[in-house]
Design a protein around this ligand. Structure first.
Ligand code: HEM
Length: 507
């Protein structure tokens, strides 16, 4: 049967049935979806795609933190959803080798090539060693510090001053994304694409990174055959993904060419050189053999996405939570004054990584933000061999497991009765130092061997940005602006964050 006929006969009726069942689904109490004949539980999932993270959390709450989802017939969409720390520990630590990201993840994220985020086994080990050798290099944090201060001074402050002087609203999520993109490009390629300036230039790759996030989440929700059809017809979300992929290729191609032409020894940290050396040492083992440029493209793309999106996402929720919790804002200002000896009347001064470490309350605010709004809200894993999860759920070979980190942070069974409240104090011990929580209870930076190698770097960058902003401006969310999580693989805010700035000195 021709592909088109196949879709006409099977998929269009399937979509219609899903929509009909969804109408019934909506009239029921509770969130746990009904397992309908033929279409399984898909109507519930599709009908709640616009609020997917809260929907999954409600289901997990109703079902003791683990839930078996039944997909439509013949779609291979059965999945186990869990947010239970005991399962997270089992899957990410104890039985790590049985739970790679797996083939489903690889299909969904094919746009990312064979970089660290998408790879498993040997390729992941190589990319992981490579990334660690970058972040562990002497001078790496000095370089992060220098680059971040540079982008703050030359881009962020002039743009924020522009809005302050005019007293007009600004969309802060867009500004922080552009900031984070320029900053990570500068660090990786020694090239600043200047996407953040008062005329908000259209930088294709920067925009494409944003455009790719929502379609990638939709690939988790819809059966593969449906998004493959969209892809084949080049319409809707899939069209956005194809265009994004082209934009990444063009941008990275230009960056790589310019790095080849430059004398990289002038950089503080020669990231390009580290990638090239890793390729030369391993090219006989890996499937990139003969294609250094592809190796570089995939490797850099992962770092670009991590550097832009996880950082800007965390910062945007931080500023929103602060606007809802003025006492936390006061305490951060006190900490800036006492620990950095930086009063509101002083000019902002450079501070380094060591001083960053002393900002304990601010650190606690970041953790609390990430507990409630983890930048990466979902993880997907797949079992190689059958297994039994610690809470007795049977896992067959090749079972897809969706881990909702968003839900873990919101479970009373994990964080107590005040789980939904923003309380940075929960992270600070009686001795005034940061309290450590096991990562399977606080998985915002992932867990076990695949935990985030950019964590320390991100914390340094975020502290510099937040102190620079809070010392100079009061950020006020525009009245009536609604904030809720978007349906994207990074937990963006759906409509950005509309704010107005006031001068801190006039406060
Ligand atoms: C607040 C900021 C950040 C958060 C919350 C965060 C969180 C995470 C999470 C949850 C993962 C696991 C993702 C997955 O496996 O699908 C991850 C992996 C990773 N992160 Fe971060 N990240 C942050 C910043 C950064 C930065 C700035 C970098 C460096 C550019 C970075 C580099 C990476 C890399 C390379 C991995 C892959 C690790 C592996 O698979 O072995 N991250 N991060």
């Amino acid at each position: 049967m021709a592909m088109f006929e196949y879709y006409l006969i099977f998929l269009i009726p399937l979509c219609i049935i899903i929509l009909i069942f969804f109408k019934f689904e909506n009239r029921r109490k509770g969130s746990t979806p009904t397992n309908w004949p033929v279409v399984g539980m898909l109507p519930g999932l599709v009908g709640n795609a616009h609020r997917i993270h809260d929907y999954i959390t409600e289901i997990l709450r109703e079902n003791g933190a683990t839930f078996v989802f039944k997909g439509p017939l013949f779609t291979n969409m059965d999945m186990v959803f869990t947010c239970d720390p005991i399962n997270i520990n089992h899957i990410f630590n104890k039985r790590f080798s049985n739970y790679p990201k797996g083939p489903e993840f690889q299909k969904i994220f094919e746009i990312m090539g064979d970089g660290i985020f998408r790879s498993d086994f040997e390729m992941w080990e190589l990319q992981r060693r490579l990334t660690l050798s970058i972040v562990n290099q002497v001078g790496f944090y000095t370089s992060v510090e220098k680059t971040t201060w540079g982008t703050v001074r030359t881009e962020l402050v002039p743009v924020l001053d522009h809005f302050l002087q005019r007293g007009i609203e600004m969309e802060m999520q867009d500004i922080l994304e552009r900031f984070a993109f320029d900053n990570i490009c500068h660090l990786l390629f020694n090239h600043n694409p200047c996407s953040l300036s008062t005329d908000f230039p259209h930088v294709r790759c920067e925009k494409a990174l944003g455009d790719a996030l929502e379609p990638l989440l939709h690939r988790h929700i819809w059966p593969e055959s449906i998004w493959r059809l969209q892809n084949w017809l080049n319409i809707g979300n899939e069209k956005k993904l194809t265009e994004a992929s082209k934009a990444f290729d063009d941008f990275l191609h230009r960056c790589i060419t310019s790095m080849e032409d430059k004398d990289q020894t002038t950089n503080d940290v020669n990231i390009f050189g580290i990638f090239k050396k890793a390729y030369e040492e391993n090219s006989n083992k890996i499937r990139f053999a003969g294609d250094l440029r592809l190796f570089l493209r995939d490797g850099f793309l992962g770092l670009l996405i991590a550097g832009r999106d996880s950082l800007s996402t965390t910062l945007i929720w931080f500023f929103w939570l602060l606007s809802e919790n003025p006492s936390a804002e006061t305490k951060i200002l006190e900490e800036i004054e006492n620990v950095l000896s930086l009063s509101l009347h002083d000019d902002l001064r450079f501070f380094d990584v060591e001083e960053c470490k002393k900002l304990v309350y601010l650190h606690a605010c970041f953790y609390e933000t990430l507990r409630l709004y983890p930048a990466v809200p979902l993880e997907l894993k797949s079992s190689i061999l059958p297994d039994t999860l610690p809470n007795n759920i049977e896992v067959k070979k090749n079972t897809k497991i969706v881990l909702s980190f968003y839900s873990t942070g919101r479970m009373e069974s994990v964080w107590g009765k005040d789980a939904l409240e923003f309380k940075p104090e929960r992270w600070i011990s009686d001795r005034g130092v940061l309290r450590n929580e096991p990562s399977f209870k606080f998985p915002a930076f992932n867990v076990g061997p695949r935990s985030c190698p950019g964590k320390e770097m991100a914390l340094v960058e975020m502290k510099i940005v937040v102190v620079a902003i809070m010392h100079r401006y009061r950020v006020r969310v525009v009245e009536g602006h609604r904030v809720s999580p978007s349906d994207s693989v990074f937990l963006k805010t759906k409509h950005g964050l509309k704010v107005r700035l006031l001068s801190r000195k006039d406060a």
